[in-house]
Design a protein around this ligand. Structure first.
Ligand code: PLP
Length: 389
């Protein structure tokens, strides 16, 4: 009997199918709003100038590719920590490692939770990034979901709190630190304060997924919620991705940090993180993190990166404003943040928009705002409006 005969066939990733369909579409005015990567005004996802400059330095100066260790590039982790945690960065209650992307950070954090408290339920919002559930499920953890959206593209906080009433002390609450994927709907500062109080009062452990820092309101503003949460609770985890804000996607650059109640507990958690990493990928891939470290070490390169990131954010937010102004049903998009928005469009309607107008969006109604241009918004809204409620 074959080892593999007992497996169930798995459905291919729906978004990857959409990419292939888009490529094969001969229409010149087709619009790709499916894939979740940043696009510039020309529709390209170029290597950032700061990244190119850092790669040149690495090519000339890197003297060895010998092993580093399961922690990865500690210079990268420390320089990035200053951007993520601000004044908290030096705290002996916070420790982190480099991971293969934000996905690797989430998985490593999930494995740590599964080892430390296998009975914990992980609470995720509905909807969330579709990979969240499989990551935690594959780590052996139980999942539960809570609602947080109203029908009009805003937060329904009362419903969220009502759903979370069922959470037990010691459960984990997964939170998007900024730029919620797929909805773009972030909590207000007051709502974050209420979530921080809830976690503190009920003994819930925040696990913050920060994958888009700098693409919402700016580097500092996008980390404010993370700071607020960490200040309120003893234990927390932060999964970070540099793959969007440095445009490094396939280089797989991320980090996982834990905050413990005191330095000794943080050291204990850190030793387990390192041991778990050793058993999964042994060591993270070097190149992308070396690029980020090289940029952050050099003031001129850092300034160039921050300027490029500013441009990306400015472009996204200008598109948001234009889209919101183009149709009354899209007004909420102006106040949302990050690359994505969810439209009230069914899978069937999305298929019609694809067939009739060459507009490609995910089946759940998610659009990548950066896939638009100011001059394609009218055609997009014309194709979309018959399907809006
Ligand atoms: N978390 C969220 C919310 C994301 O949207 C993504 C990527 O799409 C990730 C994590 C993972 O990022 P990475 O590509 O670095 O694994």
């Amino acid at each position: 009997r074959s080892l593999f005969g007992a497996l169930d066939r798995q459905a291919p990733d729906a978004l990857l199918g959409l990419i292939a369909q888009y490529r094969a579409d001969p229409r010149a005015d087709k619009i790709d709003l499916g894939v979740g990567v940043y696009r510039d005004e020309a529709g390209a996802t170029p290597v950032m100038r700061a990244v190119k400059a850092a790669e040149t330095v690495l090519l000339a100066e890197q003297g060895s590719k010998s092993y580093l260790g399961p922690e990865g590039d500690t210079g990268f982790v420390d320089l990035l920590a200053a951007i993520v945690f601000g004044p908290l960065a030096g705290s002996d209650r916070i420790a982190g490692v480099q991971t293969p992307g934000g996905t690797g950070a989430l998985r490593l954090g999930a494995d740590l939770i599964a080892r430390a408290r296998p009975s914990a339920t992980v609470w995720i919002g509905d909807p969330t990034w579709p990979n969240h559930a499989p990551i935690f499920r594959e780590a052996g953890l139980t999942l539960a979901s809570h609602r947080f959206l109203d029908g009009a593209g805003a937060v329904d906080f009362d419903t969220m709190l009502a759903d979370l009433a069922a959470a037990q002390a010691g459960d984990v609450l997964l939170l998007h630190g900024c730029c919620h994927n797929p909805t773009g709907v972030d909590f207000s500062a007051d709502q974050w304060a209420a979530i921080a109080n809830l976690c503190a009062a009920r003994g819930l452990i925040p696990f913050i997924d920060l994958a888009y820092q700098g693409l919402g309101d700016g580097l500092e503003a996008d980390a404010a919620a993370t700071h607020q949460m960490l200040a309120a609770v003893p234990d927390a985890l932060v999964a970070y991705s540099c793959d969007k804000n440095f445009g490094l996607y396939r280089e797989r650059v991320g980090a996982l940090w834990v905050q413990g109640a005191n330095a000794a507990l943080t050291t204990l958690a850190f030793s387990n993180i390192v041991a778990l990493a050793r058993g999964i990928w042994s060591m993270p891939p070097d190149h992308g993190a070396a690029i980020v470290r090289t940029i952050l070490e050099r003031p001129a390169m850092r300034a160039e990166w921050m300027g490029e990131l500013d441009q990306m954010r400015t472009r996204i937010n200008a598109l948001r404003a234009a889209l919101a102004a183009a149709h009354p049903q899209l007004a909420a998009i102006a106040g949302q943040r990050g690359m994505f928005a969810m439209l009230p469009v069914s899978t069937a309607d999305a298929a019609v928009m694809r067939a009739d107008h060459g507009i490609y969006m995910a089946g759940n109604g998610r659009i990548n705002i950066a896939g638009l241009r100011l001059d394609t918004i009218p055609a997009f809204v014309a194709g979309l409006s018959p399907h809006l409620p």
